[in-house]
Design a binder for this molecule. Structure first.
Ligand SMILES: Cc1cc2nc3c(=O)[nH]c(=O)nc-3n(C[C@H](O)[C@H](O)[C@H](O)COP(=O)(O)OP(=O)(O)OC[C@H]3O[C@@H](n4cnc5c(N)ncnc54)[C@H](O)[C@@H]3O)c2cc1C
Length: 597
């Protein structure tokens, strides 16, 4: 079932809110954009943030290890080394002009955050302390460098609190617990986006928000996988809505698996544990990363470490021959574990019932981060197609967007940086748009269509429960579209996702109530997940090479001649496979080279 379809136009119109700009999503990207909009447009501007979660529950709050910037506070560093590491980490699919902006602006961004009130850890001299993270090197790859600025292992929590406080201080309007279900794109407005249609979770009523500029900052979609570090709410809503509206999704085939998920649970044990000196060992007690990445070892990029773990397991060197290895942090000592990694140590004690000071910790790669998403330029403006044409009034930032600064594989700590740099830039560009644009027209067709689709879903009395289909989807994606892929597995995944999409047209929601109907929410989110999965699998089938997080057993090599380009996947029409188009990666400074760590 799609929410974009003809509705019953005879219904009363939903309650309407007139704003200057609407930001959908209250994570780091959305909050920074809202703050900039308000600072730029002044106290009279009506800037609204819509969030399906209470803002400080957004997933940014779960980010642990740090945000990187070449401050050089604890050892020599240079923003150009960071730029190179980002491009190399992304296996050269990164748009180098965008990564240049991000790495250059990182230093100012982190200092701004500190001025906004973020309590970073300090060096004995009182500077912002920095620690090591995977793939971050000195002097273009000579060895690891301390580049991650951190607040214990609660960096994201502090970013979220700091930005939320600032938004409240600047009178940003918050619409908490509203789930956006569609974009307003009235016919005859040249494809302009001028609002959103949302479900108020507390009342079950549909609301219409009209604005001169709209930002999607709705986060990732890790919940398509069975084992994931992502929260239950990361269901790709914004990504799927854009796709349903005929807009492209870029590089969806690149989904990062983080090496150190807690075995079977998927919860993340931050790379900061290896950054502080932890290392991986196999069933024979060997520090196996020395074989795969002689220079960076356990701090090689995440795709490399995750594949190495799988190779150890495939060679029978998992722990007791099983599908996991160990993380050893015993030697870090109580001071480091309790003061610099308190949450991680707590997770290990709580969820495994073991003591990280004395026990080895079972880990396996966990689905973690979407490199792909809604394509944008460096100011968050959404691209309508592979030629770079823009969608008027529409912006995206954060994990739901693809700038593309992460290419085929993101470096740790570059996501918090991405949401801050590009969230802020999107806010500034939106302010310009608000000054230029006219008062928006309502999209009555979209309003009616959302209402009718919700009514239809609630009225159905027979069909399949969302949880059954979601579990099958997660199993399919994890086992057939995970760390290693092949044509055979991907084709199976494609067929299975297709079947699930057909079955999902007859979803049944047992709770027929209006207030906080989580059963309905699960159904809506499943439909979003299925759209994301479709675009991901179709893009992965077509890319006949191995690059970054997309590792194909049948095409083990990177193929720069044919594949140094971004995938753009378009929803064709209900039932037809997505249409794929391509756009060359932007190379400005670093020529692609073989990638070793
Ligand atoms: C466990 C974990 C640890 C991490 N640690 C780090 C780290 O140390 N460093 C780093 O750089 N990166 C880290 N990351 C990645 C990083 O945290 C995320 O990529 C980033 O925070 C995403 O921010 P965002 O603003 O794009 O979205 P989010 O913070 O996920 O916010 C999404 C927002 O969108 C809203 N929303 C979604 N759908 C709708 C809808 N339909 N209607 C209305 N609102 C909606 C949600 O309510 C929420 O407010 C980590 C990720 C995880 C999972």
């Amino acid at each position: 079932m799609s929410l974009v379809r003809q509705g019953d136009r005879s219904r009363p119109r939903p309650r309407t809110h007139d704003l200057d700009a609407v930001v959908v999503g209250a994570g780091g990207a959305g909050l920074y954009a809202a703050l900039e909009l308000k600072r730029d447009l002044g106290p009279e501007a009506r800037i609204g943030v819509i969030s399906k979660l209470y803002p400080t529950r957004s997933h940014t709050g779960a980010a642990q290890g740090g945000v990187c910037a070449a401050l050089g506070n604890t050892e020599e560093d240079n923003w150009e080394w960071h730029w190179f590491d980002t491009v190399k980490g992304g296996d050269y699919l990164v748009d180098q002009d965008a990564a240049e902006v991000m790495c250059h602006d990182a230093v100012e961004t982190v200092i701004n955050l500190e001025h906004l009130g973020l309590p970073f850890n300090r060096t004995p001299e009182g500077l912002i302390d920095q620690r090591r993270f995977g793939g971050h090197t000195r002097n273009f790859g000579e060895g690891p460098v301390r580049r991650a600025c951190y607040a214990a292992d609660r960096t994201g929590h502090h970013i979220l609190q700091t930005l939320y406080e600032q938004c409240i201080r600047h009178d940003v309007l918050f619409y908490d617990e509203y789930q956006v279900l569609d974009l307003a794109m009235p016919a005859g407005a040249d494809g302009r986006v001028n609002g959103v249609i949302a479900l108020q979770l507390s009342s079950g009523e549909v609301h219409s928000f009209r604005a001169k500029a709209v930002l999607f900052a709705t986060g990732g979609f890790g919940k398509i996988f069975k084992v994931t570090s992502n929260a239950h709410t990361l269901t790709g809503d914004g990504v799927a809505i854009a796709y349903r509206r005929g807009l492209p999704l870029e590089d969806m085939e690149f989904f990062q698996f983080h090496p150190t998920g807690m075995y079977k649970l998927g919860f993340l044990l931050s790379e900061a544990m290896r950054g502080e000196g932890g290392f991986l060992v196999n069933g024979k007690g060997e520090r196996f990363m020395e074989r795969y990445a002689p220079t960076m070892k356990d701090l090689a990029s995440r795709d490399v470490v995750s594949r190495s773990i799988y190779q150890e397991i495939a060679a029978g060197r998992g722990i007791d021959g099983k599908d996991f290895v160990h993380l050893d942090v015993r030697h870090l000592g109580a001071k480091v574990l309790n003061e610099k990694l308190p949450d991680m140590s707590g997770f290990i004690r709580t969820y495994f019932g073991i003591e990280p000071l004395t026990d080895l910790v079972p880990i396996q790669p966990t689905a973690h981060y979407a490199m792909g998403g809604i394509p944008t330029d460096i100011d968050g403006r959404v691209l309508a197609d592979e030629s770079g044409r823009l969608v008027p009034g529409f912006f995206a930032a954060g994990e739901c967007a693809c700038v593309s600064v992460h290419g085929a594989n993101r470096l740790g700590t570059n996501s918090l940086l991405d949401i801050l740099v590009f969230g802020r830039r999107a806010g500034i560009a939106m302010a310009e748009e608000v000054r230029r644009a006219h008062t928006p027209e309502p999209d009555t067709a979209a309003e009616a269509s959302v209402t009718a689709a919700l009514d239809e879903l609630l009225a159905r009395t027979e069909g399949e429960r969302p949880a059954v289909i979601r579990e099958e989807l997660q199993e399919t994606m994890f086992t057939k579209c995970g760390v290693y892929r092949s044509s055979a597995l991907l084709m199976q995944a494609w067929g299975e996702v297709d079947d699930l999409r057909v079955r999902a047209q007859q979803l049944v929601v047992q709770d027929k109530g209006k207030r906080y109907n989580t059963d309905l929410g699960e159904a809506l989110e499943l439909l979003f997940l299925l759209d994301c999965a479709e675009a991901l699998v179709a893009s992965a089938v077509a890319r006949t090479e191995s690059r970054g997080a997309h590792a194909r057993e049948d095409y083990p090599d990177r193929d720069d001649v044919n594949w140094l380009k971004h995938t753009f996947a378009f929803r064709w029409s209900d039932g037809a496979p997505p249409r794929l188009a391509y756009r060359p990666a932007t190379i400005t400074r670093f020529e692609p080279k073989p990638r070793t760590y």
